[in-house]
Each structure stands twice: as C-alpha cells, then as structure tokens.
Design a binder for this molecule. Structure first.
Ligand code: NAD
Ligand code: WQD
Length: 332
C-alpha cells in the first residue's frame, strides 16, 4: 500500500513518514519546501534506512499532481500541506485561502480522476468555537477566529461534501498542540524567524538565541494564572496518523477525531518541566495577554481511543527532553 504524504517535509509530516515506513507502508512525498527543507527528507531516510520518491511540487500545480497520481498506485493520502501561522493568516488572508483551499480542491479533483478514495486530513483544534466548554468533544460547535482557522473549517466541509458525493472515506484529525521531536534528534521543529509557538520559543531561549520568554498573561482563571493547553508529542501524533489510515481503509464516510492527551498543562508548568528535565534555565517575564488567546482548552480524546485505538504514550518530560536534544544538535 502506497501512501501519498503531502507536506511530508514539514514538522508533523516528516515524523509521520518515519512511522509509516516503520509500519511497512510505502510512501511518496510532495512538498514545495516553502516552510521546510530537504534536511527533513534526508532525516527521514536516515532514521528509517529506507528510500522513497520525493517531489518538490506546489500542490496547486494540477499538471504536476496529475503526473504523480499517474505514476504511483496511491491507496491513501495524508494531506498535511498548508500554511499554518495564525498571525500571518490575519496579515495575508488571500494567500492563506488560496494556498490551503486550492491545494485541497486540486487534491480532491485528482483523487476523483485517479480513483483514490481514502484521505486523512490535518485539521486543527482551531475549528472549534472558543465558547465551547472544556474538554472539547468532536460534536462541539465549530467556527473559527482567524483566516487560518477558516481554511481548516472550509477544507473539512469540502471533504465532507466530496465524501458524500463520491463514497470516499475521510478522517479529519483535529490536532491540539503538537510539540517535541524525534528521540534520535535528527528531525524536529525548525521554525523560520522568531517562533510564534511556545515550545520552540522556550527551546531557543534556553539555547540563548532569544533573551527571555514572555509569558502572555498570568491572570487567567487557571491554577497558576497562565494559559493552559493540551500538548501532544509529535511522535504520538505521527502514530495517530498510522492508526487513522487503518481506520480510513476499513470504513467509508467522514469522521473527525481529536488528537490530544486530554491533559491541560500551563505555560509555567511547561517552562518548569523543561528546566528540570534538561537542567537548563529558561529566563522569563510575565507580559500582557496575547490578543485572541483563550485561557484554557484541552481535548476530550476518548473518541480516538474508542475508534482508532489511539492514546498518547509520551510524557511532558519526553516532550521537553526530545525538544532540547533536537535544539542542541541542529540549531547552532
Ligand atoms: P509545516 O509548515 O512544518 O508543514 C507543512 C508543509 O507543507 C511544509 O513543509 C510546507 O512547505 C508544505 N506546503 C505548504 N503549502 C504547500 C503547497 N501548496 N504545496 C506543497 N507543499 C506545501 O507545518 P506542520 O506543523 O507540520 O503542520 C502540518 C499540518 O498540520 C498543516 O496543515 C497545519 O495546518 C496542521 N496543524 C499544525 C499544528 C501545529 O501546531 N503544528 C496544529 C494543528 C494543525
Ligand atoms: C501556547 C500557550 C500562549 C508563546 C496555536 C494556534 C493553533 C495551533 C497550535 C495550528 C498560550 C503561551 C506562547 C510565547 C506564551 N496551530 N505563549 N509565550 O496559541 O495554543 O495554538 O498553535 O493549527 O491553531 O493558534 O499555541 O504555542 O502559540 O501558545 O506565553 O512566546 O503559550 O499564550 O497560552 P496556541 P502557542
């Protein structure tokens, strides 16, 4: 069985390629390298000891995608490719809608043309409206607070409609906060410029690349006043994709799943764990709340456990240690 992995040079895609190869799948990777580089592809080959075809192609190039579908007997797709920065999506919304929606629409047309019926899609907890009570369940009210979130909301709807029309099978995976790196230290998260997300900012601060972490808000209605999120180790998340493929191939219809640990962790808890596990200081100061942030949200992961047989295995300590190992080895 060959899996087409779009965005497979990216952070979550590269870790998923490793787990797919370990599970015995063949893979074909497509990425335009807009937010990644060949080091991740080479890293996947090094970890797995396996080779696979890689195409540097923009998914909006219909002819190039058509050639890839014609050349390979694709049984299932995992569609990671897309822009993902919330702030950037507010600044350049048309680019976000163009890239994320048109990549998905082109994929649906190619699936129909080449008779591919199975797809696993990278969605996000950002498709839940912020006023749902925690923990968030898959039936919670959907909505979005920024253009990035709306692209995920719309892609979910496009897939729901295509599944209904074509009799396909789609699994929509709503990730919470992916962090960590492969335990080998060979692949991990390598953001361009100043990181937006907490864990890479902590790692760069520990390394001395950033002077100080700003903790956005210490007056939330949470145990220590700082923001609470559901962090999931990227290797657990990758394994969740392998289990989703099994499910996708055995079912038809469109099903959404939360992928999270179900545990809320505060910013301060994460900082303290990182310092203790890695024996390195992370200088920080409290700063005003970040616009658009929520105080606390985390997943109800029970549907994924029940239907996919998926539950996270890795601890917060693992997330911190693996992030640091990758940071130490790869970013000067
Ligand atoms: P990433 O940026 O590391 O990976 C995405 C990859 O897609 C990149 O390698 C990029 O070059 C590629 N890409 C983008 N547009 C493309 C196009 N038109 N054609 C070909 N390749 C293209 O991001 P990630 O963190 O690995 O996220 C993967 C997916 O998961 C994204 O869809 C993202 O929205 C979603 N997601 C991420 C998070 C997170 O916090 N990292 C959370 C929820 C959902
Ligand atoms: C986590 C916590 C911050 C940075 C975003 C997207 C979401 C999803 C994952 C894709 C919050 C605090 C952060 C810093 C801080 N992506 N923080 N100082 O905002 O939960 O989710 O990434 O789908 O859509 O919105 O993640 O890592 O930015 O923040 O105090 O320098 O860390 O306030 O409480 P977030 P994050």
């Amino acid at each position: 069985m060959t899996i087409l992995v779009t965005g497979g040079a990216g952070y979550i895609g590269s870790h998923t390629c490793v787990e797919l190869l370990a599970a015995g799948y063949d893979i074909v990777v497509v990425d335009n390298l807009r937010n990644s580089d060949m080091a991740a592809v080479e890293g996947v080959k090094k970890i797995s000891g396996k080779n696979f075809p890689f195409y540097q192609v923009d998914m909006r190039d219909a002819d190039a995608m058509d050639d890839i579908f014609a050349k390979h007997n694709i049984g299932c797709i995992i569609h990671f490719a897309g822009h993902k920065a919330v702030g950037e999506s507010v600044a350049i919304p048309a680019e976000y809608y163009d890239n994320n929606i048109n990549a998905t629409l082109g994929l649906c047309k190619a699936m129909k043309k080449h008779g591919v019926k199975n797809i696993v899609f990278s969605s996000s907890a950002t498709v839940y409206r912020s006023d749902n009570t925690v923990p968030w369940v898959e039936e919670a009210v959907l909505g979005a607070a920024n253009p990035y979130g709306w692209t995920k909301f719309m892609c979910e709807q496009i897939l729901r409609d295509c599944v209904a029309a074509e009799g396909w099978s789609a699994v929509l995976l709503r990730y919470f906060n992916p962090v960590g790196a492969h335990p080998s230290g060979i692949i991990g998260e390598n953001p361009q410029g100043i990181p937006n997300n907490l864990m890479p900012f902590i790692a760069q601060t520990a390394k001395g690349i950033r002077e100080k972490l700003q903790i956005f808000g210490n007056d939330y209605d949470t145990p220590d006043g700082t923001g609470v999120r559901d962090y999931i180790h990227v290797v657990d998340l990758a394994i969740g994709h392998v289990k989703s493929i099994d499910y996708c191939l055995k079912h038809s219809g469109c099903e959404a799943f939360n992928l999270g640990s179900g545990q809320g962790i505060s910013v301060l808890e994460l900082v303290k764990t990182f310092e203790a596990e890695n024996n390195v200081p992370v200088p920080y100061e409290f700063a005003p709340r970040r616009a658009g942030d929520l105080g606390a949200y985390y997943a109800d992961p029970s549907k994924a456990k029940r239907l996919l047989g998926f539950a996270t295995q890795k601890s917060l300590a693992d997330m911190c240690k693996d992030t640091w190992r990758y940071q130490e080895g790869n970013n000067g």
